[in-house]
Design a protein around this ligand. Sequence first.
Ligand code: ATP
Length: 587
Amino acid sequence: MGTPAPVGKLDTLVSLCKRRGFIFQSSEIYGGINGFWDYGPLGCELKSNIRQSWWQSMVRLREDVVGLDATIIMHPAAWKASGHLDTFSDPMCTCKSCKKLMRADQTWEMLADNELGASLTELHANGQPDSGRVEGWCNGRGKGLAPGLAAVRNPDAVLAAVGTRLAGTAFRNFVSLLASENPAALVQPCPHCGGELTEPRPFNLMFKTIVGPVEDPANVAYLRPETAQSIFAQFLNVITTSRQSVPFGIAQVGKSFRNEVTPRNFTFRSREFEQMELEFFIRPDEAIELICGRVATLADNPDLSAPQENWGWQVWHKYWVEQRLAWYRRIGLPDASLVQYWQEPKELAHYARACVDIQYAFPFGVQELEGIAARSDFDLTQHQKHSGKTMEVFDEPLKLAAAKLDEAARAAFADKVAAEWAGRGKSADDARAFVAKLFEGRYIPHVIEPSAGVDRLALALLCNAYAEEPVTDDKGKTETRVVLRFSPRIAPVKVAVFPLMKNKPELYAKAREIFGQLQRRWNCFWDESGAIGRRYRRMDEAGTPFCVTIDFQTLEDGTVTLRDRDTMKQERLSVAALKEKLDDSLI
Ligand code: ATP
């Protein structure tokens, strides 16, 4: 599962995206700005289709999820409560030679991607480096590629110190040996120049801004680094106004900002991007036990097709993983390109019970598209603590269930919960206070969070859709056809309409009439210039699934020619049949 496409494919895709108006560098006329991207005419349609499809599946087609559209700038206290002010950071280091800043945990990855890395890999020769070639490299090519590398600055001393240790060692050790005057100290060099790096230090990823005219520390605010926190902050307003009760979810699509130390891999790691997040609030397992008598877990092998009242957090989490995978399939990402990465317990945040990354095999490696986390009651509890407003809900069925227990059963239940919590390192007093609230029908909901990125998904869909194939025309000439095989559901343009000729008024008018009808339902493109074959090629590159040509026969019998992007087959059909066919494949 999930074998990455060749890396060269990314460069080809980047140039197609620019050429066809999917993605441009932001402020390109001023030289661009690193980590910011603009979406052109086709790109913004693609993103809009992604958003709409997500909204349709997560909100409109469900009765237990409602939407929210909150501000990008929130009260700064929200970021203290969420932990972002204190802990939302990446380890950053600086090269002492070239002064570049970079993420300390990505230097090997960056080296693997650049010319210096390629040259060192060649020199390493799978662990059998030739000492003469290494010396020659340090005195020659290395001076241009890695002027900061210890073995380039001081070849005699460094090569004498490492002696025969360069042979038979792994690539990273080999590079480390060349990077330091002291062979005992294994170091990672700067991937740009080979120089020495400073110790990593945490760098907070939130963009700061000032609210109002006075540049005072009291007026500092932050651009949100995720959309989730505003959902938690508006939890009470939504639950009191939407007639929802737990379990239910709040969904939001919107911009987020992270001052990434090293934005890279095209749009994959940007500084401004869009997220699609759902916070799905569930009862704590202890409440389910009181109501249903028993909590269903994955060990029960539950049927995940329809939510059940007795589902515990584990089943809800798995349910959302399956829902999300089904959606990715529906919009055209094949199972074989997706990987589920279940984080190990030691990788989980202290409050998280499970987290799955849905990853896609990008040309630069298998990387995260979406994270689905079981976050316990951490977020709402934090906002309750910091805002002083209760985030508890009242659950009538819970209160009724608890009322049926006698004193002895209540005490036994409290003892059991206290013992379970102690097993998870939590205080018995807290457990008893929590149980006392449960008996009143009150608790802070737990949450399952599927959190996806629009931009990463757009990139994955572009990578997945891109294909080149040889085609032979009527005259026997073979050429390469570039085609974006998007699922019709997310394709930016659904139908292109061509009049066979533009200088025949009757035919032209008929074509405009049909175009006008189709345009009311789908995003259509009008193209009247060039040979039909060339018009098809242009639409193939834009990923348009259907092309309709209006010719003289249309004037006689009302039929048009429909050409399918993938099979390149053509069929004649009436306009009514065309609309039906489009409905079938696009909805
Ligand atoms: P990564 O580990 O790749 O930095 P993350 O785990 O920090 O990602 P989350 O905080 O879980 O990401 O954010 C949810 C989703 O938002 C990600 O799965 C991704 O699709 C998107 N996302 C996060 N950071 C970026 C970014 N810098 N550029 C584009 N999309 C992003």
